[in-house]
Design a protein around this ligand. Structure first.
Ligand code: F6P
Length: 336
């Protein structure tokens, strides 16, 4: 009888609980023992684990965050940390480790291979949607809906005051959230890694100010710029200051921040998480290892972990193109 361990790692994402639930139910269905390590890889290093059963997973499918807690773990970048993690897995007689997280968490799994020979399986869970080999990651759909809801509300104020807003969105170094939310909120401008490079800061400032002034003259209405975090040096606040300085434009900067990571998962994330959790346990039973379980074109996909972490997944070029076609700014910096 196999013994499986599961942990959640990196930024929490709505739907992680649904994935844990599915892993536990599938494991029980096949009479496997299932334990959870707490606090991401830290719990593996310190051997903080709990036996998981039905009582742990009742009523969690609708909850954001993760019942196992999560963390970033610097020790997984050290030989000592990796050896300690392997020691725990050997001591606890774990046959397979399932990690729900993003590419950083999968790199941790890959590094562990040098010290532990059990089965390793990744489930993509991050709001950023930047993991290659799956159409969507768990949490992305909810984060996009949360941001849309918030920006629709900001739009009301922007309309009432005929005000300009710059709204900064999460996504680490990818523009999946920014582009999807920008399109869905009919943002006047979308600035992200896919259509902007720091070399064109001056040019972008000029184009933005020209467009805003033109729009103010003709339309007298709201004007929303959505911008990816980590894109503009100094972020949304600095961009607002620079536009004020060069063109005397009053802009309110708004950083949506962590509300994008929390909240009850939408249907899409609950269902995706459930499918991937069940498929992960199935993969363990079939003796598979070194894989990320994803979903592509509505089919479960089995992607070698090395491949999943090789590149950040690009934002759909057709979405970028569609947005570019309705923007005043023309960009030639597409990286996809
Ligand atoms: O990966 C999820 C994410 O929320 C990113 O969008 C963001 O850049 C990062 O995590 C923030 O990390 P932390 O939780 O360590 O502040």
């Amino acid at each position: 009888m196999k013994k499986i361990a599961v942990l959640t790692s990196g930024g929490d994402a709505p739907g992680m609980n649904a994935a844990i639930r599915a892993v536990v139910l599938a494991a029980q269905q096949h009479q496997l023992t299932i334990i959870g390590f707490k606090y991401g890889y830290n719990g593996l290093i310190d051997n903080e684990n709990i036996q998981l059963g039905r009582h742990n997973i009742d009523g969690i499918i609708q909850r954001g965050g993760t019942i196992l807690k999560s963390a970033r773990c610097a020790q997984m970048h050290t030989t000592l940390g990796l050896k300690q993690a392997a020691t725990t897995l050997i001591k606890e007689k774990i046959d397979a480790l399932i990690v729900i997280g993003g590419d950083g968490s999968f790199n941790g799994l890959l590094a562990l291979k040098a010290y532990w020979q059990g089965q390793i399986i990744g489930i993509p869970g991050t709001i950023d949607n930047d993991v290659d080999g799956t159409d969507h990651t768990i949490g992305f759909a909810t984060a996009v809906n949360t941001a849309i809801d918030a920006i629709d509300k900001i739009r009301d104020t922007a309309n009432a005051f005929e005000r300009i807003f710059i709204i900064e969105l999460m996504g680490r170094h990818s523009g999946h959230i920014t582009f999807n939310v920008g399109v869905a909120c009919a943002a006047e401008q979308v600035l992200s890694f896919e259509n902007f490079s720091v070399d064109s800061t001056e040019e972008t400032l000029k184009q933005l100010s020209t467009d805003i002034l033109h729009s103010q003259k003709n339309r007298h209405n709201s004007y929303l710029i959505v911008i990816a975090e980590n894109l503009w040096p100094g972020g949304a606040t600095e961009l607002a200051k620079q536009l004020k300085k060069i063109a005397n434009i009053d802009i309110t900067a708004c950083i949506l921040g962590y509300i994008q990571r929390g909240g009850s998962p939408v249907a899409k994330d609950r269902i995706l998480a459930t499918k991937l959790g069940v498929a992960a346990v199935q993969a363990v039973l079939e003796g598979k290892t070194n894989l990320m379980i994803g979903e592509q074109n509505a089919e479960i996909s089995f992607i070698p972990l090395e491949q999943a972490v090789k590149h950040l997944k690009c934002v759909s070029p057709s979405l970028v193109e569609a947005q570019e076609n309705i923007l005043a700014i023309t960009s030639n910096h597409s990286k996809c």
